[in-house]
Write a protein that binds this ligand. Structure first.
Ligand SMILES: NC(=O)c1ccc[n+]([C@@H]2O[C@H](COP(=O)([O-])OP(=O)(O)OC[C@H]3O[C@@H](n4cnc5c(N)ncnc54)[C@H](O)[C@@H]3O)[C@@H](O)[C@H]2O)c1
Length: 390
C-alpha cells in the first residue's frame, strides 16, 4: 500500500525530497541521510507517492514538479521524467512571500475570501486523497491561536492581518478529514506554531488525525543540542554560545526580513535553557545571505565553558553543509512514521517523534532534549507501538 503525499511549497527542500525519493526507488541510490533507513517500518521508502504540490509563486503554479525541479536542481542532478505527472496547484498566500522578489498570488485573491479559498482547498484535497501533507513553504510571520473559536472567527471574518498560510492549510486539511471521514497527518517543518498550537492539536485529535512539528531540526541546531548535552553531563558550566549560519538559498534570503528571522531565532535558542537548565548569553540565528554559497551553507560555532578547578575551555567548529537535502532526508521518515501512526489510531500530536525531528517540538509547552537522547526515545516509542523492528 502506498502513502499518498501532498506538498505545500515546491522549493529546494521539496525538490530534493521528490527527486531523492525517485532516485532511491528507481536508480538504486543509497538512502543516506534518512535516520531510520536501517530499521524496518510498516512502509518502505518505495511506498511513498507524491501526488501533488501547492505553491503561490506564479512562475510555479500550473507547472509540474519536473519543470520546477529542473530549474532549481537540473544543473547538478538528473531529474527523473516520472515527476512530469505531479502537478502544482495554486495555494493560499496570506502574505508569506511579501517583501521578497517573487511574484505571488493566492487562492484567497482569486476567490475573493479566505473562506472560499478554504472551500477550494478542501475540494482539491478531496480529489487528491492525501494521507500525509507536508508544509515546507517559506518561513512566515505567524503566531499560535490556542483557541479553536479564535481561529475560526479569524477565518470567518477574513481577518488576514492575523491569519497565516500555515494555519489556513492546517484548517483546510482538518476540514477535509472531517468532511470526508479520512484520517490524515500534517508534517509541519517550518517555524509556524501548528503542533504547538493547542487549537490545531485539539482539532486534529477530534478528526482522528495527526499534526507533527514544528520546524525541522537539521544543520547546526541538533549538533549544538548534542554538544550541550555532552557538556551538561560532564558538569561543565557553559559561559557563552555563538552559532552563525550564512547561506545563499532563497530560505536565507527570506530570513533577511527581520520578522521572519525572529521566528527562526525563537525556535533555535529555545534549546539552550531546555538542555542546560539555565540561560546562557547566546547568539544562535541565521545571520546572513551570501548568494555564491548557494544551498551549501557556512556554519560557525563557538562554545565557551568553565571546567574543573576554575579553568576555561573553548570549542570552535566550522561546517559547510548542504541545507535542503538534510531536511528532505528527514521527510522520508516523517511521512512513513505519520502514516504508520495513523494506522495505529494515534491522534493529536506526538512528542517522541517531534522531539527528534523538530527544532521546536509540539505539543505547546514541550521541551527540547538532546537529539542523541531523543533518537533512543523515538526508537523505543515506535517499537512500543509495534511499527519499528530491528
Ligand atoms: N535544512 C533546511 O533547509 C530547513 C530546516 C528547517 C526548516 N526549513 C524550512 O523549510 C521551508 C522550505 O525551505 P526551502 O529551502 O525549500 O525554501 P524555498 O524558498 O526554496 O521554498 C519555499 C517554497 O514555498 C513556496 N511558498 C511560499 N509561500 C507559500 C504558500 N503560502 N503556499 C504555498 N507555497 C508557498 C515558495 O514559492 C517556494 O516555492 C522554509 O520555511 C525553511 O525555513 C528548512
Amino acid at each position: 500500500m502506498s502513502i499518498r503525499v501532498v506538498i505545500i511549497g515546491q522549493g529546494l527542500v521539496s525538490n530534493h525530497f521528490v527527486v531523492g525519493l525517485e532516485r532511491i526507488k528507481y536508480e538504486g541510490l543509497e538512502p543516506y541521510g534518512v535516520p531510520l533507513a536501517r530499521y524496518k517500518l510498516p512502509y518502505g521508502i518505495e511506498d511513498i507517492e507524491v501526488v501533488a504540490s501547492f505553491d503561490v509563486d506564479i512562475s510555479k503554479i500550473g507547472k509540474t514538479v519536473y519543470d520546477v525541479a529542473m530549474k532549481e536542481l537540473g544543473e547538478t542532478i538528473r531529474i527523473p521524467d516520472s515527476l512530469k505527472k505531479i502537478n502544482i496547484y495554486q495555494g493560499v498566500h496570506l502574505g508569506s512571500l511579501e517583501g521578497l522578489p517573487i511574484k505571488a498570488r493566492g487562492l484567497e485573491e482569486e476567490k475573493g475570501s479566505v473562506v472560499k479559498a478554504i472551500d477550494e482547498l478542501v475540494s482539491i484535497l478531496a480529489s487528491l486523497r492525501p494521507d500525509v501533507v507536508i508544509n515546507a513553504a517559506t518561513t512566515e510571520k505567524a503566531k499560535a491561536f490556542h483557541k479553536v473559536e479564535d481561529l475560526i472567527a479569524a477565518i470567518k471574518t477574513d481577518n488576514r492581518s492575523i491569519l497565516d498560510a500555515g494555519h489556513v492549510y492546517a484548517y483546510a486539511l482538518y476540514r477535509y478529514a472531517k468532511d470526508y471521514g479520512k484520517k490524515v497527518a500534517m508534517v509541519n517543518v517550518i517555524p509556524t506554531p501548528l503542533a504547538r498550537d493547542i487549537a490545531i492539536e485539539k482539532m486534529y485529535e477530534e478528526a482522528s488525525s495527526i499534526i507533527l512539528g514544528d520546524d525541522g531540526a537539521t544543520g547546526a541546531t541538533p549538533l549544538t543540542a548534542d554538544i550541550l548535552e555532552h557538556l551538561a553531563e560532564r558538569g561543565r558550566k557553559v559561559l557563552s554560545i555563538a552559532q552563525f549560519n550564512i547561506g545563499g538559498n532563497t530560505d536565507f534570503l527570506a530570513l533577511t526580513v527581520p520578522e521572519r528571522n525572529k521566528m527562526k531565532e525563537e525556535t533555535k535558542s529555545s534549546i539552550v535553557r531546555d538542555i542546560l537548565g539555565y540561560n546562557v548569553p547566546n547568539y544562535i540565528k541565521p545571520t546572513g545571505y551570501l548568494e555564491p554559497l548557494g544551498d551549501k551553507k557556512f556554519v560557525a560555532m563557538h562554545i565557551w565553558w568553565k571546567t574543573f578547578n576554575g579553568l576555561e575551555d573553548e570549542l570552535v567548529i566550522n561546517l559547510r553543509i548542504n541545507d535542503s537535502p538534510a531536511l528532505a532526508g528527514l521527510l522520508v521518515d516523517l511521512v512513513r512514521i505519520a502514516k504508520a501512526l495513523l494506522d495505529k489510531d494515534v491522534k493529536g500530536t506526538v512528542y517522541p517523534v517531534n522531539a527528534f525531528f523538530m527544532k521546536d517540538p509540539g505539543p505547546f509547552g514541550s521541551h527540547n532534549v538532546a537529539r542523541i537522547i531523543a533518537y533512543r526515545n523515538l526508537i523505543e516509542y515506535l517499537k512500543g507501538k509495534g511499527i519499528l523492528y530491528e
